[in-house]
Design a protein around this ligand. Sequence first.
Ligand SMILES: Cc1ncc(COP(=O)(O)O)c(C=O)c1O
Length: 395
Amino acid sequence: MEFKISDKMRNMKPSIIREILKQMSDPTLISFAGGNPAADSFPAEDIARFSDELLRQDPVAALQYSVSEGVPSVREAVRAFANRRERVAKENDGVLITSGSQQILDFAAKCLCNEGDVVAVENPAFLGAFNAFRSSGARLAGVPMEDDGVNLAALEAVFAAPEKPRFFYCIPNFQNPTGKTMSLAKRRAVYALAVRYGVPVLEDDPYGELRIAGEPVPSIKSMDTEGAVIYAGSFSKILCPGMRLAYCVCDKKLMAAFVVAKQCSDVHTNVWAQRVCEAMLTRTDMDAHIREIRKIYAAKAALMMEQLDEKCPQVRYTRPEGGMFIWGTLPEGADMPAFVRECLARKLALVPGNAFMVDEEAPCGSFRMNFSTPTPENIVKGVSVMAGVLAAQGL
Ligand SMILES: Cc1ncc(COP(=O)(O)O)c(C=O)c1O
């Protein structure tokens, strides 16, 4: 059979990271390329216990169809969790339980964009978001990143352009891929611009709980009095990504459209996973669990930075205050793709920085390193591989 792939999907490429990760079946490969949580961060015993209890005591509650918004008691528990330190969900906001936050990114584009519409995005930013937006026919307007978040003048220019963006996508905490955190002043300015120009903000926050240094910065959503911010939270990095559980907090009017999108997509989020998550939120000390994850990541990030300082002083890099990523930049004039290729030939996977750019073809001297997945031993070995390649390439 000859399949005619739709115009929409024909030009979409598979994620380069997923392609690199296919090579992970090679046990000798060290990967700084993925973005997986550390395996020892999963609360597997609690999940097994709650799952077993649920299936024995109330199997129908885990196994039956449910409502598209999310199980009501789960939505309540999630709202309380999201609001425990700051007011993320306001009176006019709904909470929608989704199959990963990737689904929220997909729904935002599906519900807010017509073919050819512009979406403003931090540049670089999360590749999965770019792909989701493009699959709805959106064109991306990249706004350059600075050390404390997006460039405000460039953002305002994009907002003021004749083709006003349908929304602005940003990752204020420990951004993927740069590890950067948007300052409080910039969050306030982004919100003010969003309101002034009538451009909603899609605030993607899967890493916000994973702070390893510095002080928490209020979310943009917590400043939202106009229903201008769509907030995406996720349990992937604080419980486990295999459960595919996330939540969207946004104005109820917009949520009504998301609910219809959900019905078209997967009807509702996995009920078993929702119920187990509810038990985790209401019957365990989630903050203690999150503190343990932070400890693991703080140690791994410190080790990777120490190794980079010692063995690769010519690589400039961001010192993340949380999350999972370090963004490295080679000396001026270096051939980054050749560096990444040679590292891979020596069994170290890195992600070339241009993969996260709106224009993948533009020159880029940066690459992304992940510190949450590799073991400490492999962090040491991997940075040694980088040092060997830098020396071999005369950098
Ligand atoms: C910035 C960002 N947003 C969203 C996601 C999707 O996460 P999930 O669908 O597992 O919640 C990821 C995954 O790595 C990410 O890095």
